[in-house]
Design a protein around this ligand. Structure first.
Ligand SMILES: [Zn+2]
Ligand SMILES: [Zn+2]
Length: 817
């Protein structure tokens, strides 16, 4: 993008420059001020409702140089989207100045929290600096933002720093445009700011025995080294920390937290330490060191190993670097990684207050590192995974939310609206002024405390973004709490309600984050996930949709197979295995051919009669065309799934984890498991039929083929079938060329790196342009963005229709209703 329009001759002298992007609250004005002064330009810079406005006087060459430097020297958290230059006829101050902000404070962006910057990290460790070992050091380029905001406009009075009046030294820095802390709202120091304190939850004094400790923060390190679990008040919520090398401590934490098998997040003081346990590539290093500083899921491997209890059954580890000065100081002396998991019980939201910490965490951690800066907004650590050499968000929270996502061309005219998201990994999404503001990860709404928090956050975002929706968008599933809430609110507030089909919303989410323009031709959306309600009232989860924002046509699917026990089938993978085998071959044939397998004995011992009755009568055994359930069934066949999986996707993650890379890369394609593409008898829809695959899997079990080889053959075979389906669907009888050229991938199954990379590689080899998720999760955490785009497209069309009496619509599509 060329940001600089040439300045015509007659515009030299004085110009007015408008800059849009992330330019407020990130140190943009002082940067402009510094460069303008260095170049001897006169004029002023100010914040207004549309971003930053500046007026410059000087000769054309100097102004051109200014514009170049403005871009190359922009502050680390700044982002320039658009620059407009026009002549200016008014008077200018001789000495360049920062002028008062004007109007439209509500438009001022609330920016995400940013990890400690390099300058602050160096300063906090400098014994001669005023803020030596000050755990709340920050500047315009780093520090808390969203987590401390209580209202707008974003200034100190509207944050949880309001109770800490600045000391004269801080005040001087705050007011000096030449200082790195000019207008850094959370500015603080030992004298005037918040203080950290190590406490015991039982109220007894902390004894600092024989250790030579610098301060309370440093003392935590000694406790961790001794095997203690410590609660730490982090940026967006409490965390629980323990020594990651100490298997006993890790197991104790797992037991006390009632966290069955989900992997724990880890923190290490530097990249070198992470490199001792994981493979680091450039994309991973970059993500770890970014201002967003997410947890990065890395392939385990290196000279050293962590106890199995850190990430049971997985070959990956989730690492982050110290994100705040508090973490940095705490881990300074720590020569091994620590577990740094969210401070909550089981699936509850993360604790943010001291009272709650005492009530909920004191049974887990005897000690807590607390401080007196309140957390206004709960925000979890974000999680990314490197796939296809790019960091892709799996949980979008700290560091990313609530940064706006610009909607593609064509969406400029969208009215304000609110999409309420799904049920699991829920987020919601505001649309305003052509931008989508996706909330941070909220969690699973079926947890009552999470649902309360979700509603609280809806109110908070409405305030922070001065947002009043004209329409609400929700999933079609009538039992989702988000859908129920949307229906109630639509009625109470007389708002338009649009219900978007689950998998259509996934496709729209992928299109929107890729900037796919509103009126572009439809794509093939391949959406592979657990479960979502289809338009025919059945459960979908492996869908091939010919879709744009306005509607979709279901062109292909996975085989619909019963889920005996409904929700129990999601928890117990063997139920899906049983249903698959019964659908393919029935018990008699299975017995005849495979009775020698341990798997046979395993299934024979199950309450088969009950399951058979459920499947036969169709009672509590809904059919689902789900890719996620297919993964569960295969994992169960390979003996990788315990009776009950602790979290959705655990069995699938275990299956991915054991894949033999050598088989994946080198073995003949012919040995990949075969899946065919016949048509469904009922609807004529092409579907992925796994019968031949099951025969091959059972055959491999008889041959005692190693499970890692089988897992590789499954991933490869599935990817080949998915791409085979795309190829088949693109073909047209007529000479018009392919039906689509673009394929969009979405749904939680695409968080499987091997499936993702195999499918992308094969689609590209077929000549398709592949659109994938990166800024927004492929899982249901990205659903709200897609809902928002579908709703916006609909309302834009309706407005055009009421104006012109007609509406552009992709014919034959099933529109959202
Ligand atoms: Zn800083
Ligand atoms: Zn101070």
């Amino acid at each position: 993008m060329n940001l600089h329009q040439p300045i015509p001759e007659e515009q030299t002298g004085a110009v007015e420059i408008r800059v849009r992007g992330r330019v407020q609250g990130v140190g943009f004005r002082p940067t402009v001020w510094r460069i303008a002064r260095e170049l001897g330009l006169m004029g002023e810079v100010l914040n207004d409702a549309d971003g930053v406005l500046m007026r410059l006087g000087g000769n054309g060459d100097t102004i051109a140089r200014f514009l170049e430097r403005m871009e190359s020297e922009r502050p680390p958290l700044g982002r320039i989207d658009h620059v407009e230059t026009r002549p200016f006829g008014g008077d200018l101050p001789r000495e360049f100045r920062i002028a008062d902000s004007v109007g439209g404070a509500a438009h001022t962006q609330v920016t995400p929290d940013a990890a400690i910057c390099k300058e602050c990290a160096a300063e906090v460790l400098d014994p001669f600096a005023r803020r030596y070992r000050y755990p709340f050091i920050n500047c315009t380029h780093c520090g808390p933002r969203f987590s401390i905001v209580t209202g707008i406009p974003y200034d100190r009075e509207q944050t949880t720093m309001a109770m800490f009046p600045m000391c004269p030294a801080c005040e001087a820095e705050y007011g000096d445009p030449a200082d790195r802390r000019f207008h850094a709202e959370p500015i603080a120091c030992h004298t005037c700011g918040p203080k950290a304190r190590l406490i015991r939850f039982d109220g007894r004094a902390v004894s600092f025995d024989q250790h030579s400790m610098l301060d309370d923060v440093d003392a935590v390190c000694s406790l961790l080294q001794k095997g203690e679990i410590v609660a730490v008040k982090g940026l967006g919520g409490y965390q629980l920390a323990c020594d990651a090398i100490n298997a006993e401590a890790v197991n104790r934490l797992r037991a006390l937290k009632q966290r069955d098998a989900k992997p724990f997040a880890l923190m290490a003081r530097d990249l070198d330490m992470i490199g001792r346990y994981c493979t680091l590539d450039d994309a991973a290093r970059q993500a770890l060191q970014s201002p967003e500083a997410p947890i990065v899921i890395l392939l385990a491997g290196g000279p050293e190993h962590l106890p199995e209890a850190v990430a049971p059954g997985l070959r990956t580890l989730g690492f982050m670097l110290p994100t705040t000065p508090l973490h940095l100081l705490m881990l300074r002396r720590m020569t091994r990684p620590v577990v740094m998991t969210s401070g909550n019980l089981s699936d509850e939201p993360q604790v943010i207050t001291e009272d709650d910490a005492k009530a909920r965490l004191s049974a887990i951690a005897p000690y807590a590192l607390i401080h007196d800066r309140a957390i206004a907004n709960r925000i979890d650590d974000s999680v990314v995974r490197i796939m296809g050499e790019r960091a892709r968000l799996i949980r979008r929270a700290r560091g990313y939310a609530p940064a706006p996502i610009k909607l593609p061309q064509g969406f400029e005219a969208s009215p304000s609206l609110l999409a309420l998201g799904g049920e699991l990994k829920a987020t919601f999404c505001l649309v305003k002024d052509g931008e989508a503001i996706l909330s941070q990860h909220q969690g699973d709404l079926e947890d009552a405390a999470t649902y309360d928090d979700y509603r609280k956050n809806l109110a908070l975002y409405a305030t922070l973004f001065d947002h009043a929706p004209q329409a609400l968008i929700a999933d079609k599933h009538p039992e989702y709490l988000s859908t129920k809430l949307a229906r109630t609110r639509a009625q109470d507030e007389s708002l338009v309600l649009i219900e978007a089909q689950h998998h259509h919303a996934h496709v729209a989410s992928c299109l929107a984050e890729n900037g796919y323009v509103l009126d572009a031709p439809p794509v093939l959306g391949i959406v592979l996930d657990g479960l979502g309600l289809g338009d025919d009232g059945t459960i979908w989860g492996g869908e091939f949709l010919f879709a744009d924002y306005r509607g979709y046509e279901r062109l292909g699917t996975f085989k619909p197979v019963a889920m005996p026990g409904g929700a129990s089938a999601v928890r117990e993978p063997w139920r899906n295995l049983y249903a698959h085998l019964m659908a393919e071959m029935g018990w008699a044939q299975f017995t005849m051919n495979f009775a020698e397998l341990p798997l046979y004995a395993h299934l024979a011992a199950r309450p088969r009669a009950t399951l058979d009755a459920m499947i036969k009568k169709g009672v509590n055994a809904p059919h689902a065309s789900s890719c996620g359930r297919l993964f569960d069934a295969v994992a169960a066949a390979l003996g990788l799934a315990e009776d009950t999986q602790a979290y959705e996707g655990q069995a699938a993650a275990a299956l991915e984890a054991i894949v033999d890379e050598d088989t994946l890369e080198r073995e003949d394609e012919l040995l990949a498991y075969p899946l065919n593409i016949p048509n469904l008898r009922s609807s004529g829809l092409p579907y992925i039929e796994p019968l031949a695959m099951w025969n091959a899997i059972l055959g491999d079990l008889i041959l005692k083929t190693p499970a890692p080889v089988m897992a590789a053959r499954f991933h490869k075979g599935l990817a080949r079938a998915i791409v085979g389906m795309a190829r088949k669907l693109a073909r047209r009888d007529s000479a018009e060329g392919p039906r689509f050229t673009h394929v969009a991938l979405s749904g939680g199954c695409f968080q499987n790196r091997i499936l993702f990379e195999e499918v992308v590689r094969r689609l590209e080899a077929e000549g398709f342009t592949v659109l994938t998720h990166a800024q927004v999760p492929a899982n249901d955490g990205g659903l709200a963005l897609g809902q928002a785009a579908i709703g916006a497209a609909r309302l834009i069309d309706e407005r055009a229709k009421s104006r012109e009496g007609n509406v552009p619509c992709a014919s034959g599509f099933q529109a959202a209703s």
